[in-house]
Design a protein around this ligand. Structure first.
Ligand SMILES: Nc1ncnc2c1ncn2[C@@H]1O[C@H](COP(=O)(O)OP(=O)(O)O)[C@@H](O)[C@H]1O
Ligand SMILES: [Mg+2]
Length: 251
């Protein structure tokens, strides 16, 4: 099997007496969507923060493309190919959709663009931004202020921003949250299309969406992975059914 692109190895994190991450190990491999589901407060977002570098684990390691990045700050992990999306704040409402993506591409490409000179650099930047917008189906909205985009379009824009950074792996924390049924379905289709060349870790509360997209599902409850397997295996697991009892009839 291929080397994992992203892995957590025995991650532990406590907030006071509360073990929010209690010995979590997982892997995301090439071509794979690995979904992490779990009830509210299970520790999903705290795990994402440890992967991206915003929270330091007490124990354990984060491996990105085979390298230990546990001690690297968030920006250094981003430079090495870890993209995290759906931080709403990353959109500048007054800038056009295209400029929002170009800005992100510039942050990544800074020095190499300087090498090309300003005019050529801007051209390459715009090309990359337009390509990312086309990939998420937003090319027709390139010229409008990002603030005027519909909610689902903003989600797609955030995805384009992540793509402009040309990442090796994508970490998505509840991309479907607050998105309508149609927009949600479009996002799923989009992620499905990206998956073969961009492996992803998908944190999601909407289990129906997860079971359509994921190759592997892990279930986090009280900071522990209680089950991991194919969507069918996880759906049939009695411990998972127990953990979701009364909360998630869609399971
Ligand atoms: N900075 C923090 N300080 C103290 N407790 C926190 C902090 N961040 C998260 N928690 C707690 O950790 C638990 C898991 O939170 P979170 O990772 O957001 O779960 P999820 O994303 O699965 O809903 C919750 O009980 C939450 O209150
Ligand atoms: Mg969360």
């Amino acid at each position: 099997m291929a080397e994992p692109i992203l892995a957590g190895d025995g991650l532990e994190k406590r907030f006071g007496a509360l073990a929010v991450t209690d010995g979590v190990s997982f892997e995301v491999r090439a071509g794979e969507c690995h979904a992490l589901i779990g009830p509210n407060g299970a520790g999903k977002t705290t795990l994402v923060h440890q992967l991206s570098g915003f929270v330091k684990p007490d124990r354990g390691r984060v491996l990105l493309d085979g390298r230990d990045v546990t001690r690297l700050p968030a920006y250094a992990r981003a430079e090495r190919g870890l993209a995290r999306t759906f931080q709403i704040t990353s959109i500048v409402p007054g800038f056009t959709t295209l400029d929002n993506v170009a800005l992100a591409a510039q942050a990544r490409a800074g020095t190499s663009l300087r090498f090309w000179g300003r005019a050529a650099g801007d051209r390459r930047l715009n090309e990359r931004a337009r390509a990312a917008l086309a990939e998420v189906g937003l090319d027709h909205r390139a010229a409008v202020p990002a603030g005027t985009l519909a909610h689902g379009e903003k989600r797609a824009l955030e995805l384009a921003v992540a793509l402009a950074l040309e990442p090796k792996v994508l970490v998505l924390d509840e991309p479907m949250a607050g998105v309508g049924v149609d927009e949600g379905a479009r996002l799923i289709a989009l992620l499905q299309g990206l998956k073969p060349r961009l492996p992803m870790l998908l944190i999601e509360h909407d289990t129906a969406a997860v079971f359509r997209l994921a190759d592997r599902v892990s279930v986090l409850v009280y900071g522990r992975v209680i089950a991991s397997g194919t969507p069918a295996e996880v759906r049939a697991d009695p411990a998972v059914r127990e953990a979701y009892l009364g909360e998630e009839p869609a399971l």
